[in-house]
Design a protein. Sequence first.
Length: 400
Amino acid sequence: MKLAPLVERIASKGAAAWQIHFDALRKRETGEDVILLTVGDPDQAPPAAVIEATIGALRRGRTGYSPIVGYPEVRAAIAARFERRTGQPCTAENVVVVPGAQAGLYCALQCLAGAGDEVVVGEPLYANYEAVVGAAGARMVTVPLRPETGFHLDLQAFARAITPKTKLVWINSPHNPTGAVMTPAELETVAEACRRHDLWLLSDEVYEDLAFARPHVSPWSLPGMAERTVVVSSLSKSHAIPGYRFGWIIGPTVLAKPMFNLLLCMLYGGPPFIQDGALAALKAELPEAARLSADYRKRSALLADILDEAPQCKVIRPEGGMFVLLDVRATGLGSEGFAYGLLKRESVAVLPCDGFGASAVGHLRISLTTDEARLADAGRRIVRYARQIAQRNEPARASG
Protein backbone atom coordinates (compact mmCIF):
# COMPACT_ATOMS: atom_id res chain seq x y z
CA MET A 1 0.00 0.00 0.00
CA LYS A 2 1.31 3.46 -0.92
CA LEU A 3 1.26 6.46 1.38
CA ALA A 4 0.32 9.99 0.38
CA PRO A 5 2.92 12.29 -1.26
CA LEU A 6 2.70 14.47 1.86
CA VAL A 7 4.66 11.83 3.77
CA GLU A 8 7.75 12.51 1.65
CA ARG A 9 7.30 16.28 1.70
CA ILE A 10 7.41 16.43 5.52
CA ALA A 11 10.42 14.09 5.83
CA SER A 12 12.99 16.89 5.84
CA LYS A 13 16.68 16.55 6.64
CA GLY A 14 16.09 18.74 9.64
CA ALA A 15 14.18 15.98 11.44
CA ALA A 16 17.49 14.19 12.11
CA ALA A 17 18.79 17.20 14.03
CA TRP A 18 17.09 16.04 17.22
CA GLN A 19 18.66 12.56 17.35
CA ILE A 20 21.33 13.49 19.88
CA HIS A 21 18.61 14.96 22.11
CA PHE A 22 16.78 11.62 22.14
CA ASP A 23 20.05 9.77 22.78
CA ALA A 24 20.82 12.06 25.72
CA LEU A 25 17.35 11.48 27.17
CA ARG A 26 17.95 7.73 27.05
CA LYS A 27 21.24 8.17 28.94
CA ARG A 28 19.39 10.18 31.56
CA GLU A 29 16.83 7.41 31.93
CA THR A 30 19.64 5.01 32.85
CA GLY A 31 20.61 7.30 35.73
CA GLU A 32 23.47 9.25 34.13
CA ASP A 33 23.62 12.92 35.16
CA VAL A 34 23.49 14.48 31.70
CA ILE A 35 23.41 18.28 31.37
CA LEU A 36 20.78 18.69 28.67
CA LEU A 37 21.34 21.80 26.56
CA THR A 38 19.75 20.63 23.32
CA VAL A 39 16.28 22.19 23.19
CA GLY A 40 14.77 25.54 24.11
CA ASP A 41 12.68 24.25 27.01
CA PRO A 42 12.75 26.94 29.73
CA ASP A 43 13.79 25.76 33.19
CA GLN A 44 12.28 28.72 35.04
CA ALA A 45 8.89 28.57 36.76
CA PRO A 46 5.97 30.07 34.82
CA PRO A 47 4.35 33.26 36.18
CA ALA A 48 2.22 32.51 39.22
CA ALA A 49 -0.73 34.44 37.79
CA VAL A 50 -0.83 32.15 34.75
CA ILE A 51 -0.77 28.99 36.85
CA GLU A 52 -3.45 30.24 39.25
CA ALA A 53 -5.72 31.32 36.41
CA THR A 54 -5.32 27.92 34.75
CA ILE A 55 -6.09 26.02 37.95
CA GLY A 56 -9.06 28.24 38.64
CA ALA A 57 -10.41 27.58 35.14
CA LEU A 58 -10.12 23.82 35.64
CA ARG A 59 -11.93 24.05 38.95
CA ARG A 60 -14.71 26.01 37.27
CA GLY A 61 -15.13 23.17 34.79
CA ARG A 62 -13.66 25.00 31.79
CA THR A 63 -12.94 21.77 29.93
CA GLY A 64 -15.46 21.83 27.09
CA TYR A 65 -15.16 23.03 23.51
CA SER A 66 -14.11 26.58 22.73
CA PRO A 67 -14.63 28.82 19.69
CA ILE A 68 -12.67 27.51 16.70
CA VAL A 69 -10.31 30.49 16.43
CA GLY A 70 -10.19 31.28 20.15
CA TYR A 71 -12.32 33.18 22.65
CA PRO A 72 -13.08 36.77 21.57
CA GLU A 73 -11.68 38.20 24.81
CA VAL A 74 -8.43 36.26 24.37
CA ARG A 75 -8.05 37.38 20.77
CA ALA A 76 -8.83 40.96 21.79
CA ALA A 77 -6.14 40.80 24.49
CA ILE A 78 -3.57 39.53 21.97
CA ALA A 79 -4.58 42.29 19.56
CA ALA A 80 -4.34 45.02 22.22
CA ARG A 81 -0.92 43.78 23.33
CA PHE A 82 0.30 43.72 19.72
CA GLU A 83 -1.11 47.18 19.00
CA ARG A 84 0.71 48.59 22.05
CA ARG A 85 3.97 47.09 20.82
CA THR A 86 3.72 48.01 17.14
CA GLY A 87 1.80 51.27 17.27
CA GLN A 88 -0.43 50.03 14.46
CA PRO A 89 -4.13 49.11 14.61
CA CYS A 90 -4.95 45.48 15.42
CA THR A 91 -8.29 43.98 16.47
CA ALA A 92 -9.57 40.57 17.49
CA GLU A 93 -10.60 40.05 13.86
CA ASN A 94 -6.89 39.99 12.94
CA VAL A 95 -6.10 37.24 15.48
CA VAL A 96 -6.41 33.46 15.43
CA VAL A 97 -5.45 31.34 18.46
CA VAL A 98 -3.40 28.22 17.65
CA PRO A 99 -1.67 25.49 19.71
CA GLY A 100 1.80 27.04 19.75
CA ALA A 101 3.89 28.92 17.21
CA GLN A 102 4.83 25.73 15.37
CA ALA A 103 1.18 25.05 14.56
CA GLY A 104 0.77 28.72 13.67
CA LEU A 105 3.57 28.54 11.11
CA TYR A 106 2.10 25.37 9.63
CA CYS A 107 -1.37 26.91 9.34
CA ALA A 108 0.01 30.12 7.86
CA LEU A 109 1.94 28.31 5.12
CA GLN A 110 -1.09 26.19 4.26
CA CYS A 111 -3.10 29.36 3.62
CA LEU A 112 -0.39 31.50 1.99
CA ALA A 113 1.60 29.26 -0.38
CA GLY A 114 1.09 26.15 -2.48
CA ALA A 115 2.36 24.12 -5.41
CA GLY A 116 4.60 26.13 -7.73
CA ASP A 117 5.18 28.91 -5.19
CA GLU A 118 8.59 29.80 -3.78
CA VAL A 119 9.21 30.74 -0.15
CA VAL A 120 12.36 32.79 0.51
CA VAL A 121 13.91 32.25 3.93
CA GLY A 122 17.25 32.94 5.58
CA GLU A 123 19.56 29.98 6.21
CA PRO A 124 20.48 28.69 8.81
CA LEU A 125 16.87 28.16 9.71
CA TYR A 126 14.96 26.36 12.41
CA ALA A 127 15.07 22.70 11.45
CA ASN A 128 11.29 22.28 11.11
CA TYR A 129 10.84 25.08 8.55
CA GLU A 130 11.69 22.90 5.57
CA ALA A 131 8.97 20.38 6.36
CA VAL A 132 6.41 23.15 6.93
CA VAL A 133 7.11 24.56 3.47
CA GLY A 134 7.06 21.05 2.00
CA ALA A 135 3.72 20.27 3.60
CA ALA A 136 2.23 23.24 1.75
CA GLY A 137 3.63 21.89 -1.52
CA ALA A 138 5.77 25.00 -2.01
CA ARG A 139 9.52 25.22 -2.69
CA MET A 140 11.94 26.70 -0.17
CA VAL A 141 14.58 29.11 -1.49
CA THR A 142 17.31 29.90 1.04
CA VAL A 143 19.47 33.00 1.43
CA PRO A 144 22.71 32.30 3.33
CA LEU A 145 23.20 34.02 6.69
CA ARG A 146 26.94 33.66 7.02
CA PRO A 147 29.03 33.42 10.22
CA GLU A 148 31.40 36.11 8.87
CA THR A 149 28.61 38.71 9.07
CA GLY A 150 27.19 37.58 12.40
CA PHE A 151 24.46 35.65 10.55
CA HIS A 152 22.82 38.84 9.34
CA LEU A 153 20.98 39.07 6.05
CA ASP A 154 23.01 39.58 2.88
CA LEU A 155 20.75 42.17 1.29
CA GLN A 156 22.10 41.66 -2.24
CA ALA A 157 21.71 37.87 -2.02
CA PHE A 158 18.19 38.39 -0.70
CA ALA A 159 17.30 40.60 -3.67
CA ARG A 160 18.63 37.97 -6.09
CA ALA A 161 16.57 35.23 -4.44
CA ILE A 162 13.24 36.84 -5.38
CA THR A 163 11.82 35.57 -8.67
CA PRO A 164 8.43 35.73 -10.41
CA LYS A 165 7.56 32.51 -8.54
CA THR A 166 8.18 34.01 -5.10
CA LYS A 167 4.98 34.16 -3.07
CA LEU A 168 6.26 34.61 0.46
CA VAL A 169 9.26 35.87 2.42
CA TRP A 170 9.76 34.26 5.84
CA ILE A 171 11.81 35.97 8.57
CA ASN A 172 12.65 35.02 12.16
CA SER A 173 14.00 37.59 14.62
CA PRO A 174 15.49 37.06 17.14
CA HIS A 175 16.78 34.21 15.06
CA ASN A 176 16.88 30.52 15.90
CA PRO A 177 19.54 29.08 15.97
CA THR A 178 21.95 32.03 15.59
CA GLY A 179 20.53 34.62 17.98
CA ALA A 180 20.82 37.42 15.40
CA VAL A 181 18.33 40.28 15.76
CA MET A 182 17.39 42.01 12.50
CA THR A 183 18.56 45.60 12.14
CA PRO A 184 16.17 48.35 11.01
CA ALA A 185 17.97 48.47 7.64
CA GLU A 186 17.51 44.73 7.10
CA LEU A 187 13.85 44.86 8.05
CA GLU A 188 13.11 47.83 5.82
CA THR A 189 14.88 46.17 2.86
CA VAL A 190 12.74 43.06 3.28
CA ALA A 191 9.56 45.12 3.67
CA GLU A 192 10.32 47.23 0.60
CA ALA A 193 10.88 44.09 -1.49
CA CYS A 194 7.55 42.67 -0.31
CA ARG A 195 5.74 45.87 -1.22
CA ARG A 196 7.45 46.15 -4.61
CA HIS A 197 6.90 42.52 -5.63
CA ASP A 198 3.48 42.15 -3.93
CA LEU A 199 4.62 39.38 -1.58
CA TRP A 200 3.40 38.04 1.73
CA LEU A 201 5.77 38.45 4.68
CA LEU A 202 5.65 35.78 7.38
CA SER A 203 7.33 36.87 10.62
CA ASP A 204 8.19 34.27 13.28
CA GLU A 205 8.39 36.38 16.45
CA VAL A 206 8.41 33.68 19.13
CA TYR A 207 11.62 35.14 20.66
CA GLU A 208 10.38 38.75 20.46
CA ASP A 209 10.75 39.37 24.21
CA LEU A 210 14.30 37.98 24.28
CA ALA A 211 16.07 40.59 22.12
CA PHE A 212 19.31 41.87 23.72
CA ALA A 213 21.35 43.85 21.20
CA ARG A 214 18.53 46.02 19.90
CA PRO A 215 14.75 46.13 20.34
CA HIS A 216 12.67 43.68 18.38
CA VAL A 217 10.66 45.40 15.65
CA SER A 218 7.73 43.68 13.97
CA PRO A 219 7.31 44.35 10.23
CA TRP A 220 3.62 44.96 10.98
CA SER A 221 4.72 48.34 12.35
CA LEU A 222 6.24 49.50 9.04
CA PRO A 223 4.29 51.60 6.50
CA GLY A 224 2.18 49.61 4.08
CA MET A 225 2.99 46.25 5.70
CA ALA A 226 -0.01 45.37 7.87
CA GLU A 227 -2.02 44.29 4.82
CA ARG A 228 0.66 41.80 3.72
CA THR A 229 2.28 40.70 7.00
CA VAL A 230 1.41 37.56 8.96
CA VAL A 231 2.92 37.36 12.45
CA VAL A 232 3.22 34.14 14.43
CA SER A 233 4.19 34.13 18.10
CA SER A 234 3.41 32.52 21.45
CA LEU A 235 3.97 32.64 25.20
CA SER A 236 6.10 29.48 25.20
CA LYS A 237 9.51 31.12 25.53
CA SER A 238 8.63 34.51 27.03
CA HIS A 239 6.57 33.01 29.88
CA ALA A 240 8.19 29.56 30.23
CA ILE A 241 5.03 27.63 29.27
CA PRO A 242 5.83 25.63 26.10
CA GLY A 243 3.65 22.79 27.35
CA TYR A 244 0.60 25.03 27.16
CA ARG A 245 0.85 24.98 23.36
CA PHE A 246 -0.65 28.45 23.24
CA GLY A 247 0.19 30.71 20.31
CA TRP A 248 -1.42 32.98 17.75
CA ILE A 249 -1.47 34.18 14.18
CA ILE A 250 -1.97 37.88 13.44
CA GLY A 251 -2.76 38.87 9.87
CA PRO A 252 -5.09 40.74 7.53
CA THR A 253 -8.78 39.91 7.98
CA VAL A 254 -8.81 38.22 4.55
CA LEU A 255 -7.20 35.26 6.35
CA ALA A 256 -9.98 34.93 8.92
CA LYS A 257 -12.26 32.61 6.93
CA PRO A 258 -9.59 30.25 5.54
CA MET A 259 -7.97 30.01 8.99
CA PHE A 260 -11.37 29.17 10.51
CA ASN A 261 -11.88 26.45 7.90
CA LEU A 262 -8.40 25.00 8.43
CA LEU A 263 -8.68 24.94 12.23
CA LEU A 264 -12.19 23.52 11.99
CA CYS A 265 -10.87 20.42 10.27
CA MET A 266 -7.68 20.22 12.36
CA LEU A 267 -8.37 21.15 15.97
CA TYR A 268 -11.95 22.26 16.57
CA GLY A 269 -10.79 24.88 19.05
CA GLY A 270 -8.21 25.00 21.84
CA PRO A 271 -8.62 24.10 25.53
CA PRO A 272 -10.63 26.77 27.40
CA PHE A 273 -8.57 26.41 30.60
CA ILE A 274 -5.34 27.07 28.65
CA GLN A 275 -6.80 30.22 27.11
CA ASP A 276 -7.97 31.41 30.54
CA GLY A 277 -4.46 30.90 31.91
CA ALA A 278 -2.85 32.68 28.97
CA LEU A 279 -5.22 35.62 29.38
CA ALA A 280 -3.50 36.47 32.66
CA ALA A 281 -0.23 36.91 30.77
CA LEU A 282 -1.78 38.83 27.89
CA LYS A 283 -3.59 41.45 29.95
CA ALA A 284 -0.53 42.58 31.92
CA GLU A 285 3.25 42.75 31.48
CA LEU A 286 4.13 40.27 34.22
CA PRO A 287 7.40 40.80 36.13
CA GLU A 288 8.36 37.14 35.75
CA ALA A 289 8.52 37.59 31.97
CA ALA A 290 10.94 40.50 32.34
CA ARG A 291 13.11 38.39 34.63
CA LEU A 292 13.19 35.61 32.05
CA SER A 293 14.63 37.97 29.46
CA ALA A 294 17.22 39.21 31.95
CA ASP A 295 18.11 35.60 32.79
CA TYR A 296 18.90 34.72 29.19
CA ARG A 297 20.94 37.88 28.64
CA LYS A 298 23.01 37.12 31.75
CA ARG A 299 23.35 33.41 30.99
CA SER A 300 24.46 34.04 27.42
CA ALA A 301 27.26 36.33 28.62
CA LEU A 302 28.29 33.85 31.32
CA LEU A 303 28.53 30.90 28.95
CA ALA A 304 30.19 32.89 26.17
CA ASP A 305 32.89 34.13 28.56
CA ILE A 306 33.68 30.56 29.60
CA LEU A 307 33.64 29.18 26.04
CA ASP A 308 36.09 31.87 24.92
CA GLU A 309 38.71 29.63 26.55
CA ALA A 310 37.90 26.63 24.33
CA PRO A 311 40.83 26.08 21.90
CA GLN A 312 40.08 25.76 18.17
CA CYS A 313 36.53 26.98 18.85
CA LYS A 314 34.81 30.32 18.32
CA VAL A 315 31.83 31.63 20.24
CA ILE A 316 29.08 33.53 18.42
CA ARG A 317 27.58 35.79 21.06
CA PRO A 318 23.81 36.04 20.57
CA GLU A 319 21.94 39.30 20.11
CA GLY A 320 18.79 37.67 21.46
CA GLY A 321 17.07 34.36 22.06
CA MET A 322 18.03 31.51 24.35
CA PHE A 323 20.99 29.86 22.63
CA VAL A 324 24.73 30.35 22.15
CA LEU A 325 26.45 29.07 19.02
CA LEU A 326 29.92 27.51 19.11
CA ASP A 327 31.93 27.14 15.91
CA VAL A 328 33.95 23.90 16.17
CA ARG A 329 35.06 23.60 12.54
CA ALA A 330 38.73 24.12 13.41
CA THR A 331 38.73 21.03 15.66
CA GLY A 332 38.38 18.81 12.59
CA LEU A 333 35.62 16.75 14.20
CA GLY A 334 32.55 18.34 12.65
CA SER A 335 29.63 19.36 14.82
CA GLU A 336 28.13 15.88 15.13
CA GLY A 337 31.45 14.24 16.02
CA PHE A 338 32.17 16.94 18.59
CA ALA A 339 28.67 16.72 20.09
CA TYR A 340 28.66 12.95 20.45
CA GLY A 341 32.19 12.95 21.88
CA LEU A 342 31.13 15.62 24.37
CA LEU A 343 28.09 13.56 25.39
CA LYS A 344 30.19 10.43 25.84
CA ARG A 345 33.13 11.96 27.70
CA GLU A 346 31.60 14.88 29.58
CA SER A 347 27.86 14.05 29.79
CA VAL A 348 26.86 17.35 28.19
CA ALA A 349 24.28 17.26 25.39
CA VAL A 350 24.28 20.07 22.79
CA LEU A 351 22.73 20.22 19.34
CA PRO A 352 24.75 19.92 16.11
CA CYS A 353 23.55 22.60 13.70
CA ASP A 354 24.19 20.82 10.39
CA GLY A 355 20.46 20.13 10.09
CA PHE A 356 19.77 23.87 10.21
CA GLY A 357 21.41 24.54 6.84
CA ALA A 358 24.75 24.77 5.07
CA SER A 359 25.75 28.04 6.75
CA ALA A 360 25.48 26.39 10.17
CA VAL A 361 27.60 23.33 9.36
CA GLY A 362 30.29 22.87 11.99
CA HIS A 363 28.42 24.82 14.67
CA LEU A 364 26.79 23.70 17.91
CA ARG A 365 23.63 25.24 19.35
CA ILE A 366 23.85 25.37 23.14
CA SER A 367 20.65 26.04 25.04
CA LEU A 368 20.68 28.39 28.03
CA THR A 369 17.88 26.53 29.79
CA THR A 370 19.50 25.63 33.07
CA ASP A 371 20.59 27.56 36.16
CA GLU A 372 23.81 29.56 36.12
CA ALA A 373 25.84 27.15 38.25
CA ARG A 374 24.99 24.15 36.10
CA LEU A 375 25.44 26.17 32.91
CA ALA A 376 28.91 27.25 34.04
CA ASP A 377 29.73 23.61 34.82
CA ALA A 378 28.62 22.62 31.32
CA GLY A 379 30.76 25.38 29.84
CA ARG A 380 33.84 24.18 31.72
CA ARG A 381 33.20 20.62 30.54
CA ILE A 382 32.99 21.82 26.94
CA VAL A 383 36.29 23.71 27.33
CA ARG A 384 37.90 20.63 28.88
CA TYR A 385 36.77 18.45 26.00
CA ALA A 386 37.96 21.02 23.45
CA ARG A 387 41.39 21.02 25.11
CA GLN A 388 41.54 17.24 24.82
CA ILE A 389 40.78 17.50 21.10
CA ALA A 390 43.39 20.25 20.66
CA GLN A 391 46.03 18.12 22.39
CA ARG A 392 45.25 15.19 20.10
CA ASN A 393 45.43 17.47 17.09
CA GLU A 394 48.80 18.96 18.05
CA PRO A 395 51.02 15.96 17.02
CA ALA A 396 49.25 15.80 13.67
CA ARG A 397 49.84 19.52 13.09
CA ALA A 398 53.48 19.20 14.12
CA SER A 399 54.13 16.26 11.79
CA GLY A 400 52.35 18.05 8.97
